[in-house]
Design a protein around this ligand. Sequence first.
Ligand code: SF4
Length: 446
Amino acid sequence: MRREGSKAFYIHTFGCQMNQADSAIITSLLQREGYHPAENENDAGIILLNTCAVRENAVDRIEHYLQHLQGMKKRDKGLIVGVAGCVPQFQREEMFTMSPAIDFLAGPDTYRTLPLVIEQARAGIRLASLEFNAAETYEGIDPVREGLISAVVPVMRGCNNMCAFCVVPFTRGRERSHPFKSVIVEVQKLVASGYREITLIGQNVNSYSDPEDGHNFADLLDAVSSEAPMARIRFTTSHPKDISEALVRTIAERRNICNHIHLPVQSGSSRMLDLMNRGHTIEEYREKIALIRSVIPGVALSTDIIAGFCGEQEEDHQATLELLSAVRFDSAFMFFYSERPGTLAARTLEDDIPEAVKKRRLQEIIDLQNSISDKHYQDTVGTVVEVLAESESRRSSEQLMGRTDTNRVVVFEREHYQAGDRLNVLISSATSATLIGRPEHGVVQH
Ligand code: SF4
């Protein structure tokens, strides 16, 4: 049984890397005030759900988890439950009606208020701390990260685009970039702690603009790459309209910047891109792909696709299949459209594609992309790739799992290697999502 007033907290994080980074910030903020992380939810006096509103099933999972917490609260009256992140920011006080288990709500810009909000919850006051703060970047907070190999570093928050299907502008507010100098200081700390991979993240990371000196994302990536020459540098997620030649050249010139760009396209049809309010045509997207491939040989590209968005005709769907065949992405996140309340699409467009049609189109997209990914991976069999070992493989303690700089997952014989090693691996076989092999030549670097 928990003690009334326990300062042990447990965060359950849903959704994207940005939410994981926010959980690391929340942990730091709570520790400053004398709270401490619990090993698991059973040992915690405070359970916090850091939530994501992007996908419908993510919200369903949160509802389901709240039912479970309600059962826990019946057995332990001292337990405090809070919901943070994008779902309460969007649903606001109405969220309290989702479950009586909820004691407080906090939005992405109000995490500094959490200690106060928890105190109020203990006093029986159900607070919703949901103000937007366009200046909040959590500068000066040292995130408490899990693991010692890969670190994500948020460099900007929010988004000024208004893609019709997307809830992010309404949950995370206006775009704001972290000061260039503070990103560099954080990277220096990560280097001193021995991190082997640093991923710069933002909803629209390549629209980064230093609020003090106006440095752009290419400048930032270049500086981070110099500060951390022994680490791999990644970044996500990029918007096609903000891919500049300077950025592409920086990736090509810097050996430790990974040869992988995730560049969401969503549809292969300019008509759909217009309805989606993406801010570019498919021809412009293809021009960016051509630029990237001409400057960075061997680059791996991945993307996001939405099947069955409002008004999508069969020819629009065919255009998406044609794009996949032409670009031959390494991999893709593929979904069928589901309306998110409050978005531009929900307010102005009719969700008019029958679910059966959406699912059929999605399946055609998945089948095509899987065959393309499979070919990419099969082409790697017999070659040697450089891998950063991340962890033990899920299947066997005799194997490690890591990634190539093109972000392909590799499972290989462990031998004497350990997580954090960079080594060459000879690929002996492949599925459409995993390369399998054994070490070759010895460790590249420690
Ligand atoms: S760029 Fe579009 S899809 Fe990405 S976060 Fe902004 S509004 Fe959403």
